[in-house]
Design a protein around this ligand. Structure first.
Ligand code: SF4
Length: 178
């Protein structure tokens, strides 16, 4: 259940500067909340990542983070109060995301549940974490480092093209030889 809001924009483009890079992004929907501020919504036909995982050491929901930072650039005087996936699965239609406070979007997880001191702290965290990732991209860092390795590799369709297993084999071989 979403709170009452008026659609402010659909597929609006905006930019966000991180490290030395400028990213152009297009958010699915931005809604103006009835009691002030905006909510950013991304439609998802797959399973949405739970907010409790968003602030993992390897960040998740980075797309929503980019949308929030881009809105901060585009409309600095307008408060972002929620960022959510609208999960559209036949077996699980739900809004999944973070809200600044209980009124912003009651169905979402409060940002304080992520041990952050308010929405501004979330934006600071996103800018720091996404900035670090942008720095890696800008410096040409191409290290293959999948999340939940090697679990993710077991179901990956890119195995025939990927060299990570041969690298693992070499590492195991050198350890055996020691
Ligand atoms: S097999 Fe390669 S491409 Fe696929 S998840 Fe593992 S490291 Fe990534």
């Amino acid at each position: 259940m979403r709170p009452p809001f008026a659609v402010q924009s659909v597929e609006a483009t905006a930019t966000v500067d991180l490290a030395s890079l400028t990213f152009q992004i297009r958010s699915d929907r931005i809604g103006a909340l009835a009691d002030g501020g905006i909510a950013i919504v991304d439609f998802k036909t797959g399973r949405a990542e739970r907010p409790g995982q968003w602030l993992d050491p390897r960040p998740r929901a980075t797309q929503l983070g980019m949308y929030v930072l881009a809105e901060r650039n585009a409309q600095p005087d307008i408060e972002v109060r929620a960022a959510a996936y609208a999960q559209l699965r036949p077996d699980a239609v739900a809004a999944v995301g973070l809200a600044a406070d209980a009124n912003a979007w009651p169905a979402l997880t409060r940002v304080s549940a992520c041990k952050l001191d308010g929405w501004q702290a979330l934006e600071v965290w996103w800018r720091s974490q996404l900035g670090a990732l942008a720095s890696e991209i800008a410096s040409g860092n191409g290290i293959v480092s999948p999340r939940q390795s090697p679990l993710a590799c077991r179901t990956c369709c890119l195995q025939p093209l990927c060299r990570i297993q041969s690298v693992r084999n070499l590492v195991e071989q050198s350890l055996d030889d020691e």
